[in-house]
Design a protein around this ligand. Structure first.
Ligand SMILES: C[S@@+](CC[C@H](N)C(=O)[O-])C[C@H]1O[C@@H](n2cnc3c(N)ncnc32)[C@H](O)[C@@H]1O
Length: 242
């Protein structure tokens, strides 16, 4: 059999790879992980139809990776309080904001210091009295690009555009940036979304929008046995203060 020589493309790739090997390693983030889903706290029956919680494994990983004991971990979309509860358990000071009065009341009942959960609106973040944030760790409310309900008011108002969603996200994280320790990190867990044959590039759009106000450090791909939205992976988008 005739032995073929390497193509110009293969040669070029080899050269590029060699050049990369000479540059110093600069990998501030783990680039992929596989994690188990699940939460050790059992949600009260009244909330079980809407279990949108981040997995304990992911929250624990991020808290340990991006903060140390005693630091402030903040979640502007606190939901059922996974970030705050695990932050407290891991010796950090967990703070958060939650829009839904029912969820806010529930989370307050889980915390040693209920005052650290603000029943409020992340869009007005700068109005709240918060300590300097070392780690902002969150999973935002999701929306498809064809949806018209406003996710920032519990999907209760219509006439909302995806472009506005992205602008609001940018504005919220600009406010987070102002309250951050200069060495702090922001980690946003998000996924792209498949629906009716259409893909909303939610994670990538959030990364692009938030990178206008924070420095994008990179992403960690999280592989899950089960996820949703047509995927079994999500992204942890990691940012620092510019
Ligand atoms: C994906 S869930 C967060 C889940 C949370 N990480 C957990 O593990 O429970 C997003 C949350 O953001 C809340 N939310 C939506 N708009 C908000 C706003 N304007 N201000 C604060 N919270 C908001 C929703 O009520 C929802 O609980």
């Amino acid at each position: 059999m005739k032995r073929r020589g390497q193509s110009p493309l293969t040669e070029r790739l080899k050269m590029i790879n060699q050049a990369h090997r000479k540059s110093p390693p600069s990998e501030p983030v783990q680039t992929w992980l596989t994690l188990p889903r699940g939460n050790k706290l059992v949600l009260p029956a009244r909330f079980r139809h809407e279990n949108v919680r981040a997995a304990d494994s992911l929250v624990e990983y991020c808290i340990k990776e991006y903060s140390v004991e005693g630091q402030v971990v903040f979640d502007p979309f606190a939901g059922y309080g996974t970030t705050l509860v695990l932050a407290e358990e891991l010796g950090r000071r967990g703070y958060g904001i939650e829009f839904s009065p029912e969820k806010a009341q529930y989370v307050k009942g889980l915390l040693a210091d209920p005052g650290r959960l603000i029943h409020g609106d992340a869009r007005k973040l700068k109005e709240y009295d918060l300590p300097l944030i070392d780690l902002c760790l969150t999973s935002p409310p999701y929306t498809h690009r064809s949806d018209t309900e406003n996710p920032f008011v519990d999907y209760r108002q219509k006439g909302f555009a995806y472009s506005t969603y992205l602008e609001v996200m940018g504005d919220i994280f600009a406010q987070v940036s102002e309250k951050m320790n200069p060495n702090g990190r922001v980690v946003i867990e998000a996924s792209n979304l498949k629906k009716d044959g259409d893909v909303t590039m939610l994670a990538w759009d959030i990364a692009r929008e938030v990178s206008q106000v924070l420095r994008f450090e990179g992403e960690t791909i999280i592989g899950w046995e089960e996820y949703g939205y047509g995927y079994n992976h999500s992204y942890c988008l990691v940012f620092s203060k510019p």
